[in-house]
Design a protein around this ligand. Structure first.
Ligand SMILES: Cc1cc2nc3c(=O)[nH]c(=O)nc-3n(C[C@H](O)[C@H](O)[C@H](O)COP(=O)(O)O)c2cc1C
Length: 219
């Protein structure tokens, strides 16, 4: 698989097969991902790989608790802009529509959203955390690491879903995985496993902004 194929094949996967993942392969992926770029070569990212009984323990602890208020950080501020709110609504329509869930069916939507707790059945979850004193440039560095990991996962035959939803359970997760809440922020999880390619939720169209509306060429 070349890079173009990996970029095209990656999509946020929200239904996984009950098929084990070899942790040695995850280790190999993370070892390669160390070479993601970062400003000043800070390499601010940190991660905790969860699987098996420990993953279930963390998921059970999330299930048994309420979402924290406020969440670890706010991911929805741009919703104040009609353009971005429109994009979120469009995503919701496509995502829930792919499963036949109507716009007005709040209960079913919430039930599906709660599947984030179980990472949609993925057997491995990478919890991504880093020091609280990191600023916007370092958050961007962490994003580079995430995409590097997700593309390497594609190369190894795995599917992924990044999950900022975990920010609503950050304190519970950190307590479970032995990460200091005072010192570290929990950014997201990445669900990793073999996607269920027969599930309609893994097939809906993903709209993108036209290139010329994103990028200008000046010469
Ligand atoms: C940092 C980050 C966090 C995300 N968090 C979630 C999440 O909590 N739950 C979810 O279902 N999707 C989540 N997504 C997936 C986005 O909705 C998805 O990337 C976007 O709709 C584009 O679709 P694609 O990834 O399939 O190309 C997240 C994506 C990113 C990059």
């Amino acid at each position: 698989m070349n890079v173009t194929e990996a970029v095209a094949a990656r999509r946020s996967t929200r239904a996984f097969l009950d098929k084990p993942v070899d942790l040695a392969v995850i280790r190999r992926i993370l070892d390669k991902a160390r070479f993601a770029p970062s400003g000043c070569n800070f390499q601010p990212w940190r991660g905790t790989v969860l699987s098996g009984a420990k993953l279930r323990e963390v998921q059970d602890a999330m299930s048994a608790s309420q979402p924290q208020d406020p969440a670890e950080y706010s991911w929805s501020d741009p919703e104040q802009s009609p353009e971005h709110l429109g994009r979120l609504k469009e995503l919701g329509g496509l995502l829930y529509g792919s499963m036949g869930i109507e716009r007005g069916d709040k209960d079913l939507r919430e039930e599906f959203a709660r599947q984030n707790i179980r990472s949609f059945g993925a057997p491995v979850v990478l919890m991504v955390h880093f020091e609280r004193f990191m600023g916007p440039p370092q958050w961007s560095d962490v994003g580079m690491w995430l995409q590097t990991i997700m593309l390497l996962c594609q190369e190894e035959g795995f599917d992924t879903c990044p999950q900022e939803w975990m920010a609503m359970y950050a304190r519970v997760i950190k307590e479970q995985i032995g990460v200091s809440d005072e010192e570290q922020i929990l950014f997201c999880g990445i669900a990793i496993g073999y996607g269920d390619h027969s599930a309609s939720v893994n097939h809906f169209e993903r709209p993108r902004i036209a290139l010329d509306d994103q990028v200008r060429f000046l010469s």
